[in-house]
Ligand binder design. Structure first.
Ligand SMILES: [Zn+2]
Length: 247
């Protein structure tokens, strides 16, 4: 059985390491040093790098890792990723044979145009698309694309664990609370996130089922009338605009 470790990196990134029998898959290494330290200290051999999108805080460590390990780099076909060896499209499968892992590729444009997520073994590595309590900023795509991407991810089984790439949970939940002040699930999520962070424990992974109760961007159907919008894509758009200016 594999386990997933969070390596805190840069300002508020998590580099996720899936490890099993002293082998590891490294997801979105924005920097190399904390990853190399972890691998060395635990005598773990990396076997592959997975990349969700081209931003430097997800790719900055690839070069240095490759200078020490000759391993494949899987990433989105529609973006330029340094040292990429495998260009992935929707529904492609990534097989990590030595660890008996398989991930399905889900294209989820919005934050960036080529952004992908990796789904397998009831685990989702979704980069900067879906966060706990929120979603990524829309830098390259349209609101409609991001809404569709989140709809795809939220259709995964409720017990799917979400390994997002940033520790944004508490600030996301502050916005969620402002939108739904009477939502008990959001209130208890805030309490739990504060407790975790006070002990330096990541608030992730969350799950799809849990996010459906606390994440306004997955609750467009419920929030539609409150937001005074006609359909769910416009509810999403209104929420995203409000969040962009929320302090
Ligand atoms: Zn990003």
């Amino acid at each position: 059985m594999s386990r997933v470790i969070a390596i805190p990196a840069l300002q508020d990134n998590y580099i996720w390491i899936v490890e099993q029998n002293n082998q590891a898959v490294v997801v979105d290494p924005g920097e190399s040093k904390p990853v190399l330290d972890y691998l060395r200290n635990n005598k773990i051999q990396p076997v592959a790098i997975l990349i969700t999108h081209h931003h430097l805080d997800h790719t900055g460590g690839i070069g240095e890792l490759l200078s020490q390990f000759n391993i494949p780099v899987y990433g989105p076909a529609k973006e330029v990723i340094p040292h990429q060896t495998h260009r992935l499209f929707e529904k492609n499968l990534v097989h990590i044979a030595s660890m008996n892992l398989t991930y399905q590729v889900i294209e989820c444009p919005g934050h960036t145009l080529g952004h992908i997520a990796f789904y397998g073994h009831r685990q989702l590595f979704c980069g900067d698309t879906l966060f706990s309590g929120g979603c990524g900023r829309i830098f390259e795509g349209t609101h409609a694309q991001m809404y569709e991407s989140l709809t795809k991810l939220s259709a995964l089984p409720d017990d799917t664990q979400i390994f997002a790439a940033h520790e944004y949970t508490l600030s996301n939940l502050a916005f969620a609370h402002e939108i739904e002040p009477n939502n008990q699930c959001i209130q208890s999520a805030i309490t739990k996130a504060k407790l975790n962070l006070s002990k330096h424990i990541p608030t992730l992974p969350s799950t799809i089922g849990r996010e459906k109760t606390i994440n306004p961007f997955l609750r467009c159907q419920t929030l539609k009338s409150q937001m005074g919008t006609e359909d769910e894509p416009s509810t999403f758009s209104r929420l995203r605009e409000k969040k962009d200016s929320f302090r």
